[in-house]
Design a protein around this ligand. Structure first.
Ligand code: ADP
Length: 611
């Protein structure tokens, strides 16, 4: 891959295999299944709308026929000096049909609108639910931009199909069939003449469809790129600004944005040829009908009214043909979207919930759980990262993991939180394989606090209560005070009700740590996995955090990826991990005595850095 032939597209690059190639791809079975399950609850509404559409089309097509009656049957009585009864009757029926038609249109729009929204609500719900369930490994692979593209442009494509697409296709097909029948009934000979232009329309549609497949696919791909680039560049705005990537990102954005516009222009040009093309054929047909029809009227083969109705029908015959080609695009976009959505919905969580969960032994966990890594091997891809870990951690012990970057400490922590399953061996909690634990039990008993200690929009209290939804204000306060964070939170502009996204509510690194600890304390898990923040804190905060940590770790099993000397010193035991193996194991004091040991060297380096 060289820079000149394959310019770096930034994080926006989507895999080419993200969708099907369009036209020929019939709905794959998983798309069909998704569609069927989305539509199934609305069967009755579909029957109702179909009946309404058929009735509406009949009402619409009655217009020209009533016109014919008005002319052919209305004029003779008047010229004969009789009353306008016939004319008035026809006009009355015409108006009545008009009213019925408006009502039918109203019913159709209301019912189909409701069904459409129900389906979209259902689809978005399923997607959100599913994205939440999918494991960390999925989200590492499937970027946030793509998630958003799924939730926006793909759902939108289906919305458009349900909204305007289905109406235009049903109307279109019914109109073409209905009008053709009407033409033949009115004058088979003239209808035959009209049929002569059909091959021309057919050829044009084919030409259009072939091009449209390519062009509309380009627009869909381009809009996905715009969304993905937009979301991901802004999602990483800190890094972008820190590394002055703005000009380059702008360049990439201008490129994808330009490509989107260009693709749209191509689609536009195509439609600009096709639409007027079909219209011209329509107008030419009107001329042909006039030419032939007038002669037939003169020769007495056709009435004036029939000719007038015929002309109106022919004009209307070509309108839905344009709609049909538009529908084709909507349909294609929706098929591609369905394909991507059903693909995502088909993704299985990397770590599956057990079919027959095993409960943890009764009475266990009051002092934390016993953790056992039993001959654990693991790799993210082909390369193995952990090469056989055998560690037993008794309940209540605090274990510090230390070692060089990339040694596998975080990986070990992730296996304990069951964000991945080992490729070989087992991770056990009080003798129960994590794979056999129900998700709810696992998430309650093993809580991971990561470096980011993510805070959500909302108040400080909300963020602490995140650890145990439904916790009372007193419980939240208690958790904070036990960890020594109470005074500090009270000092914020609105105390516990301070919105952390608002001015004055912004928390320092140390404060964020404390809130994260309070959250974990409230959750009260038997096992705590902690990736200690690497960013250094000022001394008072550091002291506060260390004290809080001490409280948090009491009476539970803890595994800490330690970056500070002070943390390692409060641990009961240190595991030194190097290259995916545990190379030293013992109390901090014992390990200090190992001459030439890793821990001893690390300890010395830490001490030196403090001087
Ligand atoms: P540590 O926490 O000790 O710094 P990690 O457990 O993060 O080490 O990483 C161990 C190895 O696994 C490294 O070689 C790293 O490149 C690799 N690794 C870590 N996370 C991932 C991931 N999500 N996908 C692929 N490889 C990963």
């Amino acid at each position: 891959m060289s820079a000149s032939t394959d310019p770096w597209r930034g994080v926006a690059a989507e895999e080419a295999a993200d969708g099907p190639s369009g036209l020929t791809s019939l709905l794959r079975s998983r798309s069909r299944a998704l569609l069927a399950s989305l539509l199934a609850p609305h069967r009755r509404a579909f029957v109702l709308t179909t009946v309404v559409v058929v009735a509406e089309t009949a009402a619409r097509l009655a217009g020209p026929y009533l016109l014919k009656l008005g002319i052919d049957r209305g004029i003779p009585p008047l010229t004969a000096g009789e009353g306008p009864d016939v004319l008035l009757t026809v006009v009355g029926v015409f108006l009545a049909v008009l009213v019925v038609r408006s009502l039918l249109e109203y019913v159709f729009l209301v019912v189909s609108g409701r069904v459409g929204q129900d389906i979209l609500v259902d689809l978005r719900r399923r997607l959100f639910d599913h994205f939440q369930r999918l494991g960390i490994s999925f989200h590492e692979r499937y970027t946030s931009g793509r998630v958003i593209a799924r939730l926006t442009s793909d759902v939108e494509a289906i919305a458009e199909l349900l909204g305007s697409g289905l109406l235009s296709i049903t109307n279109g097909v019914l109109s073409i069939v209905g009008i053709s029948v009407a033409l033949v009934l009115l004058d088979p000979f003239l209808a035959g003449a009209c049929l002569l232009v059909l091959p021309l329309v057919w050829a044009m549609s084919n030409w259009f469809r072939r091009r449209a497949v390519v062009v509309y696919r380009q627009t869909r791909d381009a809009v996905a790129l715009v969304i993905v680039h937009f979301v991901e560049s802004l999602g990483g705005i800190r890094a972008v600004q820190a590394f002055r990537r703005e000009p380059r990102n702008q360049e990439i954005f201008d490129d994808v944005n330009g490509r989107y516009a260009a693709a749209n222009l191509r689609a536009n040009r195509l439609a600009a040829i096709f639409g007027p093309g079909v219209s011209s054929i329509g107008r030419a047909s009107v001329a042909l009908v006039l030419l032939v029809g007038v002669r037939r009227v003169v020769s007495g083969d056709m009435t004036v009214g029939a000719l007038a109705a015929f002309l109106l029908y022919v004009r209307r015959l070509f309108e839905p043909m344009q709609d049909l080609s538009q529908f084709y695009n909507l349909f294609q976009a929706a098929v591609a979207a369905l394909e991507k959505l059903s693909g995502v919905l088909d993704e299985k969580p990397g770590v599956a919930e057990p079919e027959h969960p095993v409960a943890l032994p009764d009475g266990a966990g009051r002092q934390g759980h016993q953790v056992l890594f039993d001959a654990v091997r693991f790799g993210y891809g082909d390369a193995e990262v952990l090469h056989g870990i055998d560690v037993e951690i008794p309940a209540g012990q605090t274990v510090a993991l230390v070692g060089p970057t990339g040694a596998g400490k975080s990986t070990l922590a992730r296996l304990l939180g069951r964000f991945h399953d080992p490729t070989e061996g087992r991770v056990l909690l009080d003798g129960v394989d994590l794979r056999d634990l129900a998700d709810d039990d696992l998430r309650r008993e093993v809580v991971t606090v990561t470096q980011e200690s993510f805070l959500f929009a909302g108040t400080v209290a909300d963020n602490i209560a995140f650890g145990r939804p439904g916790a009372s204000r007193d419980e939240i306060r208690e958790a904070a005070s036990v960890l020594g964070a109470h005074e500090l939170i009270e000092a914020l502009p609105s105390g516990y009700d301070t919105d952390i996204r608002k001015r004055g509510g912004r928390l320092s690194a140390g404060q964020r740590q404390l809130v994260a600890f309070a959250r974990a304390f409230l959750a009260d898990p038997g096992v705590l996995v902690l990736d200690e923040a690497t960013s250094s804190l000022d001394l008072p905060s550091e002291r506060l955090v260390q004290r809080a940590l001490h409280t948090l770790l009491a009476e539970r099993t803890a595994v800490i990826i330690a970056h500070r000397l002070s943390t390692v010193e409060i641990a009961d035991r240190v595991l030194v991990v190097v290259d995916g193996r545990v190379v030293e194991d013992g109390s901090p004091r014992d390990l200090l005595g190992v001459t030439g040991g890793h821990y001893r060297a690390l300890h010395r380096a830490w001490e030196d850095s403090l001087v």
